[in-house]
Design a protein around this ligand. Structure first.
Ligand code: HEM
Length: 135
């Protein structure tokens, strides 16, 4: 797969994951559908992290993770900082959703935290998506 194709696949996967998340929200009252759909979105986003890593290595000579560490030195643009931080927060959001979602399933609370996490996760995921087009 050449770099252009890889970049296109990453963009399509990113868009598809966003649509899957939207569908998962529509069916949030049906755990039997909501849970596999959200886990599928998580898997798609995780695969995308790997694709972006491969793409960055072959086009910029350094992987996305390596470049992020480089940005810690203060050499990045505002857009890069926003993209990197929202993307990392999304992964944290998935982890919190899984933990609180499991509590909800077991009937041991978690609804408030699951809702707050969703309210923070969705705008964060949207900002990560929009800024990805400038990376
Ligand atoms: C980032 C991913 C996710 C988001 C944004 C999300 C969002 C939501 C939202 C907004 C609700 C409705 C809460 C309410 O109004 O009471 C909900 C319900 C729920 N979610 Fe998630 N969720 C995600 C992932 C998960 C995962 C991974 C699990 C399970 C491991 C899960 C389990 C549940 C359960 C059990 C409910 C309650 C359904 C019901 O009303 O019976 N969610 N989710």
């Amino acid at each position: 797969m050449n770099n252009e194709t890889l970049s296109m696949v990453a963009k399509v996967l990113n868009t598809a994951a966003l649509l899957v998340i939207g569908y998962g929200l529509l069916v949030r009252r049906k755990p039997s559908v909501h849970i596999p759909v959200m886990l599928c979105a998580f898997a798609m986003d995780t695969i995308n992290v790997l694709l972006v890593e491969i793409y960055a290595r072959s086009t910029k000579g350094a992987g996305a993770v390596e470049q992020t560490v480089g940005l810690m030195g203060g050499s990045g643009s505002m857009l890069q900082y926003v993209h990197v931080s929202t993307s990392v927060l999304c992964l944290v959001g998935y982890a919190v959703a899984i933990v609180t979602g499991r509590q909800l399933l077991k009937g041991v609370g978690g609804r408030g935290a699951h809702r707050v996490n969703a309210t923070l996760f969705l705008p964060t995921r949207l900002v990560s998506y929009v800024t990805s087009f400038w990376m």
